[in-house]
Design a protein around this ligand. Structure first.
Ligand code: UD1
Length: 343
């Protein structure tokens, strides 16, 4: 079969955001090729993708820190139009416990991707960054020019390093261009419930903890902190449906194609702050299910509130979030139910 769809390498393409982005890429005329070492992803994701897309997506099982192996694969593939680099560890608490694991994997893998891009003359990179680079912001909403504070975790620092590595490499290279996407809090699942968020072990993030409590896998959710200076005392975040986030990667590739600028940095959120208690109530209301919870102490390293100003991604990249929080919570719940029924 002759392919006229632009080939895009998706490192970490079997992960939560990566797999949803693979779907968005296919729906928008691209040919994604996954590279994933499955250290934090299940092979069953590939079956889910097959059910949604209706055909197999090519997947290489490897760790992209291995620059030589990565180069071999990309060379063999040929004609790669761009790389979306998701592959990274993302647990804040684990990063504090095992800093070297995070420095090695997150920094080395980006280094290896950039090295191979330079060598093979691949021009377009989209990088997964995080709102964690803003630290505890002085003001909300944060814009892309809000100050970058000292990172509160090793994980956050690896994202700051990544952004800097990309800037420095671009300055020293001929034609490399990159989009850095600063994700806020991705939640939800594909509306088909064939793919979704599949944390290893006890979830650290709020929504998987809620869905696993609602289904009976966890006894009780602890709301971390009820004494923040917010209207209901709980912390505020900007929760965004993972399919909206996935679509931002398609828009980023489009922007890179039509633009001469070497680098674009964009916030990817909804612009709306939601507290933990608001999110929990919405989940219970939309899904007609009760979640057993208690208010506990604050979690170390958590900030009081952060949400995005997304004017730049709306105006410059022509991207905006369409799904509501309720839709994201419905999809997250449908995914949890379907996954537990079949596993
Ligand atoms: C963190 C990181 C973010 C990263 C994301 C992915 C920071 C500031 N943010 O987001 O960069 O991309 O993880 O792993 O480092 N909560 C509870 N009970 C729970 C779990 C969470 O109350 O059992 C609360 C948290 O205190 C927080 C909110 O829910 O207020 C969201 O937490 P979580 O889903 O873990 O995401 P962040 O910590 O915001």
């Amino acid at each position: 079969m002759k392919l006229d769809r632009p080939k895009i390498i998706v490192t970490g393409g079997a992960g939560f955001i990566g797999s949803h982005t693979v779907v968005a890429l296919v729906e928008n005329g691209f040919e994604p090729i996954i590279i994933d070492d499955f250290s934090n992803a299940s092979h069953s994701v590939l079956d889910g993708l097959y059910k949604i897309i209706g055909r197999q997506i090519k997947c290489y099982e490897m760790n992209c820190c291995r620059a030589e192996q990565l180069e071999d694969i990309l060379q063999k593939e040929g004609d790669i139009k761009g790389i979306i680099h998701f592959a990274a560890f993302k647990s804040v608490s684990e990063s504090q416990q095992y800093p070297l694991k995070y420095y090695e994997n997150n920094v080395l893998s980006l280094g290896s991707v950039l090295r191979v891009m330079n060598k093979l003359n691949i021009k377009h990179l989209v990088f997964s960054s995080s709102c964690t680079v803003y630290g505890e912001p002085d003001q909300v909403p944060v814009t892309e020019s809000s100050s970058i504070k000292e990172a509160a975790s090793v994980y956050g620092y690896t994202k700051q390093i990544g952004e800097r590595m990309i800037g420095d490499t671009i300055n020293a290279s001929k034609g490399l261009q990159a989009v850095i996407l600063r994700y806020f809090n991705p939640i939800g699942a594909h509306p088909s419930a064939h793919i979704g968020e599949l944390p290893n072990g006890v979830p650290e993030n709020l929504v998987p903890y809620i869905t696993q409590t609602a289904i009976g896998l966890r006894k009780q959710l602890t709301v971390f902190g009820g004494d923040y200076p917010t209207p209901d005392g709980t912390a505020i975040r900007d929760y965004i449906h993972v399919m909206d986030l996935a679509m931002a990667h398609v828009k980023a590739l489009d922007w890179l194609k039509r633009n001469d600028e070497r680098q674009g940095i964009f916030n990817i959120g909804t612009g709306k702050g939601t507290s933990v208690m608001e999110l929990l109530s919405s989940f219970e209301r939309i899904n007609q299910v009760k979640v057993n919870y208690q208010i506990g102490p604050r979690r170390p390293g958590d900030i009081e509130q952060i949400y995005a100003q997304c004017d730049k991604s709306n105006n410059v990249m022509d991207w905006e979030a369409h799904f509501t929080i309720e839709e994201a919570l419905r999809d997250a719940w449908n995914w949890e139910k379907k996954f537990r029924e079949s596993n």
